[in-house]
Design a protein around this ligand. Structure first.
Ligand code: MSP
Length: 536
């Protein structure tokens, strides 16, 4: 009896989103990218844990609740529902949804803070300086432009006015970790840099090289937060609270008296460190400086990789609720379908750089790549199988010409390595582009071999069956490679080919070997996978 070796762990996270507004295209973008990776890694044999959730504390949330005339608790509960619904609508397969108001999280934050306070890495002091409330970020004088005509100082990131604050605070000895951080940037994990893409690594490194100041980790006038265990008149600065979610979620700092304390500790040992933190480029300092320094101070391992994506821009501007140019995911899903939506953002914007998005480009991608190339391949092929083979996968064994379909077999054989190489780099567009080579080659193959002509003559029926079998087999294989990005349509293709559950696949390399489509399987035509969108 052989036992299967244990699957390697793959723990990936999205940022936890602020609950000051509903999910929008920007937050959906990070979440979809992480979801496609989670699905891909499950299919390639990893024990995946995919975490997303909400950053529910802090002044900003407190103010949003007050403005809506409800308590912060009521506010976050309402918004948590909206986020979860949106992620369900977008077929997000997260294994866990953390909320920083969860008692287990609170306990872990207090545990870690206590540990650092006892070791002297957290100490009392006075904070005097600028604070950006919308970003919940402290700013040093040195990073700011002079006051404007109205006497205001502006946030260098979001350009909104800053507030000057003077507070008795607790500080984290960030400065102590400067050299260790620089060493970490120089090291790699499995040959990969800890911070990617390279531009972001350079940005973080040069920031640290200029020297780091200790940072305030508590607020005394913000009630909606986690109290410091040794001084309850302070709540934890929301960014510290938030970052700790990545470990509290998987068992760090569980109450020793909890019934599941042992299991949670084992879980933490198994899953930590994370393989991949997804972040937007605006929050790399928190994730690539403060977070690793906190982990060092706590004596914990560091994440293997933080990958920062760019901004989605509409007409050159960052898309955001405050700028009023955010369309809701729901509006777009209604028009393009879930898979069309997911495909567009991962195919048309190079992950890691800023990308302009527009409705025109979305229609173009959808009609070109999905309706014409992929959807049309499936529908005309399934239609022909219905017409010429009684709706069953034909037997190709009567036609023994090794050259028949050789190009397709060759592309299919090389695709796995190419997709893997690109997915390791989070190059979703590249992985999809490679998959499209197979799809396009299959469309060409059908054009060139003209099954409709082969069907007219008994003598060419064996070749007809070989051609249709080859095309069906590439469709099966292409559906597997498309599945991480377009889970619903790939599952449908599997259903129409009477294949089993596509999500049971955990060895993509084996599953994409040529020739596994069983002869005789029923093939159902079904409705168009991607109905064309009319353009004027
Ligand atoms: N709560 C913090 C994260 C804490 S993680 C420990 C936060 N939340 S956020 O809701 O403001 O943003 C979360 C992510 O969404 C960020 O990575 C941000 O870059 C991303 N996006 C928000 N708007 C965006 C675009 N227009 N384009 C792409 N992503 C952007 O920051």
């Amino acid at each position: 009896m052989s036992t299967k070796p244990e699957k390697p762990s793959f723990y990936l996270t999205t940022p936890i989103y602020y609950v000051n507004s509903v999910p929008h295209l920007g937050t959906a973008y990070t979440t979809i990218a992480a979801d496609a990776m989670a699905r891909y890694r499950r299919m390639t044999g990893y024990d995946v844990w995919f975490l997303t959730g909400l950053d529910e504390h802090g002044q900003k949330v407190e103010q949003a609740a007050t403005a809506a005339g409800v308590t912060p608790r009521e506010w976050v509960d309402r918004l948590a529902g909206e986020f979860q619904e949106t992620w369900r609508m977008l077929s997000i397969s997260n294994d866990q949804f953390i909320r920083t108001t969860d008692p287990t999280h609170t306990h872990a934050v207090q545990e870690l803070a206590r540990r650092l306070y006892e070791s002297g890495d957290i100490y009392a002091g006075t904070y005097e300086g600028w604070y950006c409330l919308p970003d919940e970020t402290y700013w040093a004088e040195a990073n700011l432009e002079p006051a404007n005509e109205a006497g205001e100082r502006m946030c260098p990131d979001c350009t909104r006015p800053l507030t000057f604050v003077t507070e008795e605070n607790y500080f984290f000895k960030l400065s102590k970790y400067t050299d260790k951080l620089l060493e970490w940037y120089d090291s790699t994990s499995d040959g990969l840099a800890h911070v990617a893409p390279e531009t972001r690594m350079n940005e973080v490194r040069s920031f640290v090289e200029r020297g780091l100041d200790d940072i305030s980790i508590s607020r005394s006038n913000v009630k909606w937060g986690i109290p410091l265990p040794w001084d309850e008149s302070h709540t934890m600065y929301v960014w510290f609270d938030a970052l700790i979610n990545y470990i509290s979620a998987i068992g760090y700092g569980t109450d020793k008296n909890a019934a599941d304390a042992e299991a949670r500790a084992a879980e933490f040992a198994h899953r930590w460190p994370a393989q991949l933190h997804y972040v937007g480029k605006d929050i790399i300092r928190f994730h690539c400086i403060i977070w690793p320094a906190l982990l060092m101070a706590a004596g914990l391992e560091l994440p293997q990789r933080v990958f920062a994506h760019g901004f989605l821009l509409t007409k050159g501007e960052k898309m955001s609720k405050s700028k009023g140019n955010a369309q809701t995911p729901a509006e777009l899903v209604e028009q393009f379908g879930v898979d069309g939506y997911r495909y567009y953002f991962l195919r048309d914007v190079q992950f890691g750089t800023d990308g302009s998005i527009s409705h025109e480009a979305m229609v173009q991608r959808y009609n070109g790549d999905l309706a014409n190339d992929w959807g049309n391949l499936c529908s005309r092929l399934f239609n022909m199988v219905g017409k010429y083979c009684d709706g069953a996968v034909p037997d190709a064994s009567g036609y023994a010409d090794a050259a028949e379909g050789a190009e397709l077999r060759e592309i299919a054989a090389g695709l796995g390595a190419m997709v893997e190489e690109r997915m390791v780099k989070l190059d979703y567009a590249g992985a999809l582009e490679a998959t499209w080579e197979l799809i396009k080659a299959t469309n060409r193959y059908l054009e060139e071999s003209a099954p409709w002509a082969l069907a007219k003559d008994d003598a060419t029926l064996p070749r007809l069956y070989a051609v249709l079998y080859n095309a069906l087999e590439t469709v099966r294989i292409a559906a597997l490679y498309c599945a991480p990005v377009m889970p619903n349509t790939s599952a449908q293709v599997f259903e129409r080919l009477s294949l089993g559950d596509i999500w049971a696949v955990d060895d993509l390399a084996a599953a994409t070997q040529w020739g596994q489509l069983p002869v005789g399987n029923t093939v159902t035509k079904g409705d168009s996978l991607f109905p064309r969108i009319a353009t004027e």
